[in-house]
Design a protein. Structure first.
Length: 133
């Protein structure tokens, strides 16, 4: 657990989080036939909730899925702004919450290689900054 000596955590937002939300954990279930499902027409199902947390990291899942589909910065910006507006959260607060959440996550990596975690964090933060310019 963090000790907040700076007061910065007063705005720390936690939210329900899948924990491993990327395009590989989605399935298009055919609702109008298998032929149309091949073209992305059908119900989208999210699978593999092994990392689900009620007190997860705000923005984490949104960024992971955008990165996994290689969404261009303009599309990511539109999506992220709508996401923040939906949750009534300002960008600086969301960014700080993401950073604090990632720092907290770094303390419980278990068997996940720390080098890969650092690469993921750097990639995620660069993508967020590039998208929100």
């Amino acid at each position: 657990e963090f000790t907040d000596k700076t007061g910065l955590l007063r705005d720390y937002i936690q939210s329900a989080s899948h924990g491993d939300f990327w395009i590989g954990n989605t399935v298009i279930e055919p609702t109008f036939g298998v032929a149309l499902a091949k073209y992305g027409i059908g119900a989208i199902k999210i699978i593999d909730f092994g990392g689900f947390r009620f007190n997860g990291i705000f923005l984490f899942d949104a960024l992971r899925v955008l990165i996994s589909v290689n969404a261009p910065p303009l599309l990511a910006k539109i999506y992220l702004k709508a996401f923040l507006r939906l949750h009534s959260v300002e960008y600086p607060v969301a960014r700080n919450s993401l950073i604090f959440g990632l720092a907290e996550m770094s303390m419980r990596l278990d068997h996940f290689p720390s080098e890969r975690f650092v690469i993921m964090v750097n990639s995620m933060l660069r993508y967020l900054e590039r998208s929100m310019k």
